[in-house]
Design a binder for this molecule. Structure first.
Ligand SMILES: [Zn+2]
Length: 504
């Protein structure tokens, strides 16, 4: 170790942040991984337990095949190779919420091998980057310790309802280089997992949890110096993950600058994120995997993934966010921002969009963009205000397509169409009924013509201004016309006025 380096001359710009993530996803099964107990969240403590998940002697675990299928499905969705042979191992450690004294996990033969997810950092010019997945394995969750936090020295209690719940642990390679990129990765991962419906990904209920491994590679005169890896736990939101990584990378840099500590000799450390204090705090020295004394679980046989099973699961994956973004940009003319916005709302919204755009006429490229605007603005606003989902939206895709067609044919302009949509939403009615209710009738050519003649006769000064090339003056004529007849289409009126003025 070079001890003569000038630390003062090194700035944070010289440090590359190296991040790897471990994401625990609770799989959407009705029962636990090795016993029939329910996985419902929020029940009374210790009401969802049995001799198997409480680790009673003489009991035997039985694999929940649904959990295995969901983990294969998740693996396929994040581009992982699926192992054809997978086995179970015991991870041994002592903790009060782990009644067996070991956790059934997968050590050297995980169900999912190498994969990757391409992600883009929002509002950045950086090109999309693939974050590699090292592996994803199935394991059972531990229970929950409930401590008395009143300070009166009350008892600590254990709730074993969660013990044995199936988790898929997804481990990335240390490919992530910034807190924003970590958050972008987590958003994309969550979106993909929701598209394939393997988990509800509810962070409040602990269905998606994340740990981050962070260290720095500091460039000192061309030599890379690595700070010790710190694992940050207790990241209960993506925002927390982003902040914790930011905090931790700066903390490690300051520590390296100020201490003479020989980097590389320091043990790995586990720190927890304190969301209140917005800082990471020391928890314990991190175990090396040897400390867990992994060995194959003698109670469970290895599992062979057959061609039939793999095909069966593959058929259920469906289109994924990256393919749908591609489809929306190439076939429906959306920009990448709009495509991303529609896809980020979930599969049902994409299906709704496709139904509208496909119905709205043969020219998908022209109408796709309009459909996207109406959905991302008007429809999403309704869903947010009413805290509901597209499945409960009162206007069907066919009805919205009909409304867009009426705008296209000139029956109605944009701002009146918004009134029509609001009517359709509140009255749960079709376009014609909404038109009637709002007194909207198409102004015919004769009516439009006589209206224009009247306006021209009443406003000689304005007409002269238009003739002199002051095209803005037309606006005041349109304003007057709308007061006389609110059904007049401003675009049509403008064209007709200019036509008559030019001919006079
Ligand atoms: Zn049980």
């Amino acid at each position: 170790m070079n001890t003569t380096i000038d630390r003062d001359a090194v700035t944070f710009e010289n440090a590359e942040v190296i991040i790897g993530l471990e994401v625990h996803v609770q799989l959407r099964t009705g029962s636990k991984l090795f016993c029939p107990c329910s996985t419902t969240f929020g029940s009374e403590p210790n009401t969802q337990t049995c001799p198997v998940c409480t680790g009673m002697p003489g009991t035997l675990p039985v694999l929940n095949e649904q959990a295995l299928k969901l983990s294969i499905k998740a693996g396929l969705a994040i581009g992982c190779e699926i192992a054809r042979y997978t086995k179970w191992d015991r991870k041994n450690y002592f903790y009060p919420d782990l009644p067996k004294g070991y956790q059934i996990s997968q050590f050297d033969q995980p169900i999912c091998g190498e994969g990757g997810i391409e992600c883009t950092i929002p509002k950045s010019d950086l090109p999309p980057q693939t974050i590699r997945i090292e592996r994803a394995h199935l394991e059972e969750d531990a229970g929950k310790s409930i401590h008395d936090e009143s300070g009166k020295g009350g008892q600590s209690k254990i709730d074993l309802n969660r013990t044995g719940t199936p988790l898929l642990e997804i481990v990335t390679r240390p490919d992530i280089r910034s807190a924003e990129q970590a958050r972008a990765f987590l958003n994309e991962l969550k979106l993909i997992l929701q598209y394939v419906d393997v988990s509800d990904c509810n962070m409040q209920e602990g269905s998606l949890r994340c740990d981050a491994n962070v260290n720095l590679h500091i460039d000192v005169d061309g030599e890379k110096i690595a700070t010790p890896i710190v694992e940050i736990k207790n990241l209960n939101s993506f925002r927390a993950a982003e902040r914790a990584i930011e905090f931790e990378s700066k903390r490690q840099f300051k520590k390296w600058k100020s201490s003479g500590e020989a980097i590389g000799d320091a043990p790995k450390q586990t720190r927890g994120w304190d969301d209140g204090a917005q800082k990471t705090v020391v928890q314990r020295e991190k175990e090396e995997s040897a400390d867990y004394r992994y060995f194959p679980d003698p109670d469970l046989i290895a599992f062979v993934v057959s061609d039939e099973l793999l095909d069966e699961v593959r058929q259920t994956v469906g289109s994924l966010p990256p393919q749908l973004r591609e489809l929306l940009t190439t076939e429906y003319g959306l920009g990448s921002y709009d495509a991303g916005l529609i896809v980020s709302q979930g599969r049902e919204v994409v299906d709704y969009f496709l139904a509208v755009a496909n119905k709205a006429g043969s020219d998908k490229l022209a109408l796709g963009k309009k459909a996207a605007n109406w959905i991302s603005q008007e429809v999403m606003r309704y869903l947010n205000e009413n805290q509901t989902t597209i499945g409960n939206y009162p206007v069907t895709a066919d009805q919205l397509a009909e409304l867009l067609a009426r705008i296209e044919s000139g029956d109605i302009d944009q701002s009146r169409a918004k009134e029509v949509l609001a009517k359709m939403e509140t009255e749960n009615c079709d376009v014609d009924t909404a038109f009637q209710a709002l007194g909207i009738v198409k102004v015919d050519a004769g009516e439009l013509d006589s209206l224009c003649q009247q306006l021209i006769a009443d406003n000689p000064k304005t007409v002269q201004e238009v003739k002199d090339g002051k095209m803005k003056a037309v606006g005041s004529l349109i304003g007057q016309a709308r007061k006389i007849n609110s059904n007049v289409n401003p675009g049509e009126l403008r064209n007709k006025l200019l036509e008559i003025i030019a001919a006079s």
